[in-house]
Design a protein around this ligand. Structure first.
Ligand code: ZN
Ligand code: MN
Length: 487
């Protein structure tokens, strides 16, 4: 008997609207101190009335459209009842049978994952478990959540993780959520069952809750597949649906209560909010706000700029970085035409390497080290492109290029000006460099002997000596060439 894993996801995305879902409180779920962003509505006082957040509705439709869903012309809110201290009204305002979006799809690799629905609902309060008591923080109560449910179309833990990562990129690029899993802005429940290959009928699934990182998603699913495989092999596959909680530290899941059926929630239409009606014009207007989505952008960056897929992924994951990089490339295109290279592919390749090494690696490294956000950096894309041209033309060596870049980050200044002011130009070359190289060779006969025996480290050592002699104002590659010729 050969079994295949059947995996589906239920994902909650915190929308970063200014206000909560049904009241005027600030939407600051993690604000401290606790219970400061609250009002009678989100505390569920009797006699209060909910007022839906227009922005949250629009963003839900936007996200649904970006995920290929169709938007219902009519949608409504429903009450979902359960009794728990994090839910002061004893019901959650959610959507049951008329969600905002339905029937979408997202392509992961060459496999399509269908989306059942996207609906809008309010979040619950946070329970703070102390030594001898449980405290409740209502700052998160009533904040907007978009819930996205997939069909059981995934087959491997890696695919589920990739789906979730792609979803994160999409909501980030739409600007509707920061979708940071560690902060609970993106939460995921995983549904797993096994099925004999070739059979149609699904087996009862296990829902795994509290899966709070991408790594945990992969790990929890792999664990569940293994656990259920054992049950099948023992001849007792899961007979009914269960819920388990993932314990990341122990790397295992523990059975929780048996899952409620929809009937237990006693869903019924929210009587205090009239149904929503979406006109075709409004839906078109929302759809127009969708720019190029991350998947398409990555493909374009790879094709247009010859970037490596992993570099394109990093760049596109951050809208500010993608805009900056794209701007740098367009500046570089002008420079390229100015110097008139002939082989287009070679030039592309070289520019991609410069951007990868200096923008993604060194520049972002400096920003991380100094704790500066890209948005706060004063370097313009024009200046950054000019910097890359200086490096590309070897007007400065690597050590000094790094100094130049640090200085640019500090002052936001023009690279050519800094280069001159700081005397960083690579100006020891030609016969001047020849003389210094000869001098170093004569003064270090032992090292030269090692080089002749083929010792790479000895050669590097000589390069270092020459660099010191020139006070760093020569090109190490040029020195290397000279040394190899002479020794
Ligand atoms: Zn409130
Ligand atoms: Mn939900």
């Amino acid at each position: 008997m050969t079994l295949e894993p059947i995996i589906g996801l239920e994902i909650h995305v915190q929308l970063k609207t200014a206000r909560k879902m049904f009241c005027d409180c600030a939407n600051v779920p993690d604000a401290t101190p606790p219970n400061t962003a609250i009002c009678p509505i989100c505390l569920g006082y009797p006699g209060t009335l909910p007022m839906p957040n227009k922005q949250a509705i629009e963003w839900s439709a936007l996200t649904a459209l970006a995920l290929g869903c169709s938007i219902r012309s009519r949608s409504k809110f429903d009450r979902k009842h359960y009794f728990y201290p994090d839910l002061p009204k004893a019901y959650q305002i959610s959507q049951y049978d008329e969600p905002i979006g339905e029937k979408g799809a997202l392509k992961i690799g060459d496999h399509e994952v269908r989306l059942t629905r996207l609906h809008l609902e309010e979040d619950a309060a946070k329970l703070l478990h102390g030594e001898d008591r449980v405290q409740i923080d209502f700052n998160r109560a009533g904040t907007p959540l978009a819930e996205i449910v997939t069909e059981p179309d995934m087959r491997t833990p890696a695919e589920a993780k990739a789906f979730l990562q792609e979803l994160r990129e999409i909501v980030r690029s739409l600007g509707v959520s920061d979708a940071d899993m560690e902060k609970g802005q993106l939460r995921c429940d995983v549904n797993v069952s096994l099925r004999e290959i070739g059979k149609k009928k699904l087996s009862p699934k296990t829902e795994i809750k509290n899966v709070n990182s991408f790594r945990a998603v992969e790990h929890a699913i792999a664990y569940e597949i293994e656990r259920q495989t054992r049950l099948w092999e023992e001849g007792s596959p899961p007979a009914h649906e269960t819920t388990r909680g993932w314990d990341d530290e122990k790397g295992k899941s523990v059975e929780q209560r048996t899952k409620e059926l929809a009937a237990d929630y006693r869903y019924f239409p929210e009587p205090d909010i009239p149904p929503l009606e979406f006109s075709k014009d409004w839906i078109d207007h929302v759809a127009e706000q969708i720019n190029e989505l991350p998947q398409a952008k990555r493909v374009r960056f790879i094709n247009e700029y010859a970037l490596k897929p992993e570099d394109a992924r990093i760049i596109v994951a951050d809208t500010a970085l993608a805009d900056f990089t794209e701007h740098v490339f367009s500046e570089l295109a002008e420079w390229r035409s100015a110097i008139g290279h002939d082989d287009e592919d070679v030039v592309k390749e070289k520019l991609a390497q410069l951007v990868s090494g200096w923008l993604l690696n060194k520049f972002l490294g400096i920003l991380t080290k100094r704790g500066i956000a890209l948005a706060d950096v004063r370097i313009t894309p024009e200046n950054f492109a000019e910097f890359l041209m200086i490096v590309g033309d070897r007007k400065v060596n690597t050590t000094n290029a790094l100094k130049l870049l640090e200085k640019m980050v500090e002052t936001g200044g023009d690279p050519s000006a800094i280069l001159e002011d700081e005397g960083l130009t690579q100006d020891v070359s030609g016969s001047e460099l020849d003389v210094i190289v000869q001098r170093i060779i004569v003064a270090n006969p032992d090292v030269v002997a090692s080089v002749q025996k083929g010792k790479e480290a000895a050669l590097q050592f000589l390069v270092g000596l020459v660099m010191r002699e020139t006070k760093g104002k020569a090109n190490p590659e040029a020195i290397m060439e000279l040394l190899k010729k002479t020794v």
